[in-house]
Design a protein. Structure first.
Length: 326
């Protein structure tokens, strides 16, 4: 039987052992916690690296980014889905050339009563560009408008503007002649439609001189204008989808009209088109086509070259179709 001293020694030994075990346990706990924290840090580092890698990941290049375009401004709008497919300098104000005739067509169609007969005046024939009209030749308004849009006739546009202006009785234009009234009405319509970059000096878009164009606008504005026409006057531009049409004036003169859009055969489902070219504007082109069943796309090209506008449009139409098939 151990004495008191031996018992005390055993007690002290047990207490030291227990203390050591306790300290080892605490140390082990800290070690476990440290390892756990380290693992969290490592996880976070990996997670951060993963996120960073994701942000820097390379996404597929769109079909539009894979093509080169000569035009200064481009706007491709999905009319059905109401979304922009591609744009480039879409708000830049540029010379419109004969794209201005789209506004001429719209405003005149809202002013001139159906069945009106238009007389070709001498002042119209003097306008640059000869389409073979005779002085005082008579045309049905709808036929003359279709012919004017198809062959981009400056003479026809002038005759339409002169006639349309005679139907304007607004007192604020009392000091203007019929032709001036019509141009004012074109600009008034641009404001009404919110075409903030657009204004018109004449009805044809023909350059006034070497520094002043006949009309100005942006690619985005022209898309809005075409959209308005498609929704509110769906038949207004239907003649521009044809390669050729034959017209007969009221005087029985026959005109074989060829579309100025030479790319017409390369655009599937074409609904409407309008060309434009002057020295100041360069090559402009507007098309509306059906990329699928009732899936209409508007493509606007401004500031290209004479031939480049057609290749630009063909590339953009092709890219639009590919983009929608993804």
């Amino acid at each position: 039987m151990p004495n008191d001293n031996e018992q005390t020694k055993e007690t002290i030994k047990d207490e030291k052992l227990n203390s050591m075990i306790l300290r080892l346990g605490v140390l082990g706990g800290f070690l476990v916690i440290s390892i756990f924290i380290s693992s969290i840090d490592i996880f976070n580092i990996k997670k951060d690296n993963f996120v960073a890698t994701s942000v820097q990941a390379t996404f597929p290049i769109s079909n539009f980014e894979q093509i080169s375009i000569d035009a200064k401004a481009v706007y491709v709008y999905d009319l059905t889905e109401e979304k922009i497919l591609f744009s480039k300098n879409e708000n830049s104000q540029l010379p419109l050339a004969s794209i201005a005739k789209l506004m001429t067509a719209l405003v005149s169609s809202e002013l001139i009563p159906e069945g009106t007969i238009i007389k070709i005046g001498e002042s119209s024939i003097k306008i640059d560009g000869d389409n073979g009209f005779r002085v005082e030749e008579l045309w049905k308004f709808k036929d003359l408008l279709d012919y004017t849009l198809l062959v981009s006739s400056n003479d026809g546009a002038h005759a339409i503007a002169d006639t349309a202006g005679k139907f304007i009785n607004d007192s604020k234009y009392v000091d203007e002649n019929p032709h001036e009234k019509f141009i004012s009405k074109m600009n008034e319509k641009a404001v009404t439609l919110g075409l903030n970059q657009s204004y018109f000096i004449n009805e044809s878009g023909l350059d006034v001189n070497s520094t002043v164009a006949g009309g100005y606008g942006s690619a985005k504005d022209m898309s809005f204008l075409v959209e308005y026409i498609i929704y509110n006057h769906p038949k207004l531009l239907e003649a521009t989808a044809y390669n050729t049409l034959t017209f007969t004036s009221e005087d029985k003169f026959v005109y074989n009209a060829v579309n100025t859009n030479s790319a017409i055969g390369n655009i599937p489902g074409l609904i409407a088109s309008k060309t434009g070219f002057t020295d100041l504007a360069g090559g402009n082109l507007v098309v509306v086509f059906d990329a699928g069943i009732n899936h209409q796309i508007i493509v606007i090209v401004l500031g290209s070259s004479f031939d480049g506008r057609f290749t630009d449009i063909e590339k953009l139409v092709s890219a639009s179709i590919k983009e929608l098939s993804i």
